[in-house]
Design a protein around this ligand. Structure first.
Ligand code: URA
Length: 449
């Protein structure tokens, strides 16, 4: 029987992948479409993801799979609202502890300089958070507006950050759910398809992203982060979209805080210039500079940094953030009066380590999990999170630890939760007698060029 006339049997596709065969474009398209139409059952999606987890996908399979996921729904055409050209660039991160706030700074900063950033982001699961959880800490912010409202906000303000809409890459939802419950989340081809299909469905013409590694990241080692970045770049090339990937260090918490409300406050303090944690500032400037060079706004990274710095200092990035919050229903005076809207947790106290010396290692997975345990994140997609809890003023690798220097300030829902979480945080940190040298935030750069 010719390939074209072969009837579609999901179990046949699964069997061939299980046996190490290479699937063709038609197999992948039919299977992905079937996850949306119901022709493929949840059990079959789970089995397929396990077959891919065990046998991987070739470069061509990854491209075909991602494009099939992109085409499982609508692909935004910005020309319909009069927006065309090379300046529709998105920013993404494959995820890590404290890393989700970066997008909330980068998007308004690039928008203030003339690049448009339509960002469809995610909620957090497990030890990592997501941009959408942060935005949901802002009273009134609608993270699920219509696609038309999303497009108009990008047109008027230059940036918009929202949750995935049901019409963009809908196949990601059932496949992601199956991965989550079938222990196949870590598969690089499946992560690639999940991330890139949503980005490509948003109709972007460029992508800049960080791929963090370390205890706080999705990818635990630098080698795995590079492997994921290469896979994402292969698909970007296959889709004809320029992309830059920055391999970044998440062996320590990024920035000053973890937790939704606390990170919103940190974003506001960063944009107003009240406090910019140095490693967070470095990550922001690196991402924004890459975006400006890709969008033709600057000839090189150094010039781009200058432009970015100027728009941080003159308050225009802060204004864009305020306008985006207002456009999606948040308070008009959030950046002026964050304490009015972002509530405090009931118990807020510093955590002192029993050990002294210099912070030499943080187990960020354990830190994220300890905070999850008191409500800062979720273990099931349908769970609510507590926007008031988290930790702030984190020490960095190399910081002095003694009876006067706390490791962090813990914001907990109760005394009991504070005690439990404080113990887990203390156990997650190692100290040394001499100061350890922290890794640079950005380790290397890969691109489609
Ligand atoms: N982010 C996504 O959107 N999907 C993944 O699979 C991993 C990170």
């Amino acid at each position: 029987m010719s390939v074209a006339s072969r009837p579609f049997l999901p179990q046949d596709v699964i069997r061939r992948k299980r046996d190490g065969e290479t699937l063709d474009q038609r197999d992948l398209k039919q299977f992905v479409d079937g996850t949306v139409s119901g022709a493929v059952s949840q059990a079959q999606i789970g089995a397929f993801t396990m077959a891919v987890y065990l046998n991987g996908m070739s470069r061509q399979e990854r491209i075909d799979y991602t494009l099939a996921m992109r085409d499982s729904g609508r692909v935004i055409d910005w020309a319909t609202v009069g927006l065309e050209g090379p300046t529709m660039i998105d920013k993404h991160s494959s995820g890590g502890v404290g890393d989700e706030k970066v997008s909330l700074i980068v998007a308004p900063l690039v928008a203030a300089c003339g690049i448009r950033m339509p960002m469809i982001s995610a909620r957090g699961l497990g030890h990592t958070g997501g941009e959408i959880d942060l935005l949901e800490a802002i009273p009134g912010y609608d993270t699920v507006p219509t696609t038309a409202a999303f497009m108009n906000t990008v047109k008027d303000i230059g940036c918009a950050i929202i949750a995935p809409t049901p019409d963009l890459a809908p196949a990601d939802k059932p496949i992601f759910y199956a991965r989550d419950v079938c222990a196949t989340v870590e598969s690089i081809p499946l992560i690639t398809g999940s991330i890139m299909s949503k980005k490509l469905a948003a109709g972007i013409n460029g992508l800049v992203m960080t791929v963090p590694f370390g205890s706080g990241a999705f990818m635990k080692t630098e080698a795995r982060a590079v492997e994921l970045a290469e896979s994402l770049l292969d698909v970007a090339r296959g889709a004809g979209v320029p992309m830059t990937a920055l391999i970044s260090d998440l062996t320590q918490v990024l920035g000053d805080s973890v937790g939704s409300g606390l990170q919103i406050r940190e974003v506001i303090r960063f944009l107003t210039g009240e406090y910019r944690e140095p490693r967070l500032l470095e990550a922001v400037l690196a991402l924004v500079s890459e975006t400006f060079v890709m969008g033709g706004l600057a000839a090189n990274l150094e010039t781009a940094r200058g432009i970015a710095w100027q728009h941080l200092e003159d308050g225009s990035a802060k204004d864009r953030f305020a306008r985006m919050v207002l456009a999606f229903g948040g308070p008009a005076d959030l950046v002026d009066l964050p304490e009015r809207y972002i509530r405090d947790a009931p118990v807020i106290r510093p955590v002192y380590l029993e050990k002294t010396g210099f912070v030499s290692q943080m187990d960020c997975y354990a830190i994220g999990s300890a905070l999850l345990g008191i409500g800062a994140s979720r273990t099931r997609p349908q769970d609510d999170i507590d926007h008031t809890v988290g930790a702030s003023s984190f020490a960095s690798v190399g910081s002095t630890m003694d009876a006067t220097h706390p490791f962090c300030i813990l914001h907990a829902p109760s005394e009991d939760a504070w005690e439990r979480c404080s113990e887990a945080l203390t156990a997650a940190v190692k100290c040394s007698v001499t100061p350890a040298e922290p890794l640079p935030v950005i380790r290397s750069r890969l691109s489609t060029d």
